[in-house]
Design a protein around this ligand. Structure first.
Ligand SMILES: [Cu+2]
Length: 163
């Protein structure tokens, strides 16, 4: 009985040793890139907006987005759209994990950064500085252009042929 306990302990410590070795080999280089980012122009009469982007994680570790800050707002939340019956509604997420060597797309009707309490309207061609906060305490600052709401319908009607 004593022998068995010893063996188990030995195996556990060996595993944790291997684990910590693997951990230390993993690169911590800031191979996290933000692409295709933009912020929606404010709809007149409102003081909210949303930010969209692709977050690419080329590290071998999952990273976790836990929030964002900006001078233009004191309240930015991570949101997602979920179906509630037949209605699409937004709900807040505490965090958003970008798996190792993977990417997450923040886009209309999906994940987005919800920006509340805008002191001033965001106008097309403005640029907004945003700092993304990750659980590993590595912040990433980005500058996002303000764009008007993209209208898919206009793109679709552009398929008409003109001879
Ligand atoms: Cu939202």
């Amino acid at each position: 009985m004593k022998k068995l306990t010893y063996q188990i302990k030995k195996r556990t410590s060996l595993l944790s040793l291997i684990g910590s070795l693997l951990f230390s080999f993993t690169a911590f280089a800031a191979d996290v890139t933000i692409e295709q980012g933009y912020i929606r122009a404010t709809i007149p009469g409102t003081n909210v907006s949303s930010a969209y982007m692709e977050i690419k994680n080329t590290t071998n570790e999952d990273i976790v987005l836990i929030g964002a800050t900006s001078k233009v707002s004191d309240r930015i939340e991570i949101h997602e759209h979920v179906m509630s019956g037949e209605m699409m509604r937004m709900q807040q997420r505490e965090a958003l994990t970008i798996a190792a060597n993977d990417q997450v797309v923040l886009q209309p009707s999906g994940y987005h950064l919800m920006i509340f309490n805008l002191a001033e309207p965001l106008k097309v061609n403005d640029n907004v500085e945003l700092t993304l906060q990750f659980s590993n305490k590595r912040d990433i600052s980005i500058s996002l252009p303000v764009q008007s709401i993209k209208r898919k319908k206009q793109k679709e009607t552009a398929h008409h042929h003109h001879h």
